[in-house]
Design a binder for this molecule. Structure first.
Ligand code: DX5
Ligand code: ZN
Length: 221
């Protein structure tokens, strides 16, 4: 299982050191949460920050766009250095077209679903997807409590991916710590996004190593 530290909870006054710490500890992706104050009630950053971060990390950049009209922004984030571009199914009426466009830019194309959106809504998009992101909190903030129903949604998404014979990755985001990490691995998740449990820990690098050990003990490394 891959670990994707979310920089939302990082200390941006020391960002290069924080990125280096999780990278050298074995993080698989850097998860970058883009919020517009409209799709979600919070603001973060635009492509300039992604471009600057690109200068201090070779890890795949996993950009999670929590914005309305994501079609207006994907080109800029790709140019800035995003490797995976994930937008919300709830944020655009033309998800298939946008997924195809993201792939045409040479990035991996992901769809995120909020807690109220059924996994079945993704069934007709399976040919166009490189990543499914199941939100296990309502998007917008770090440090929220995990919504237990997400475990069942991960099982459903795993079954959907397997049934379609698709190679797309299954990512989960929100409220993940050591305990539910094991449950999510067992339910079939491929990637865990973790913000506050890594960057709120005091030693992000040590925490990534610890989580890696937890996963390998549970047979999900
Ligand atoms: C929330 C973001 C998450 C956030 C997760 O809307 O999408 O990526 O950083 O933070 P934690 O792990 O603290 O719930
Ligand atoms: Zn996220």
């Amino acid at each position: 299982m891959k670990i994707a530290p979310s920089l939302l909870s990082a200390d941006f006054a020391r960002i290069a050191a924080q990125v280096a710490a999780v990278q050298s500890a074995g993080a698989d992706y850097l998860h970058l949460d883009v919020m517009d104050g409209r799709f979600v009630p919070n603001l973060t950053w635009g492509p300039k920050i992604v471009e600057d971060l690109r200068g201090c990390s070779g890890l795949p950049f996993d950009c999670h766009l929590m914005v309305v009209e994501p079609e207006r922004y994907v080109d800029e984030f790709r140019t800035a250095g995003a490797d995976i571009i994930t937008f919300h199914l709830e944020a655009t009426p033309h998800a298939q077209r946008l997924l195809a466009h993201v792939r045409s830019l040479g990035a991996k194309a992901g769809i995120a679903i909020c807690p109220q959106t059924p996994v079945a809504m993704l069934e007709d998009l399976m040919d166009d997807l490189d990543l499914i992101l199941v939100m296990s909190v309502n998007p917008g903030f770090g440090g929220q409590s995990f919504i237990p129903r997400a475990i069942e949604k991960v099982r459903q998404a795993r079954a959907l991916i397997d049934r379609a014979g698709a190679s797309c990755e299954l990512e989960v985001d929100g409220g993940i710590g050591e305990e539910n990490l094991r449950l999510l691995a067992a339910a079939g998740a491929d990637v865990a996004v973790m913000g506050s449990s890594i960057f709120g820990s005091g030693d992000p690098g040590a925490m990534v190593k610890h989580l890696r050990a937890v996963l390998s003990e549970s047979g999900a490394s």
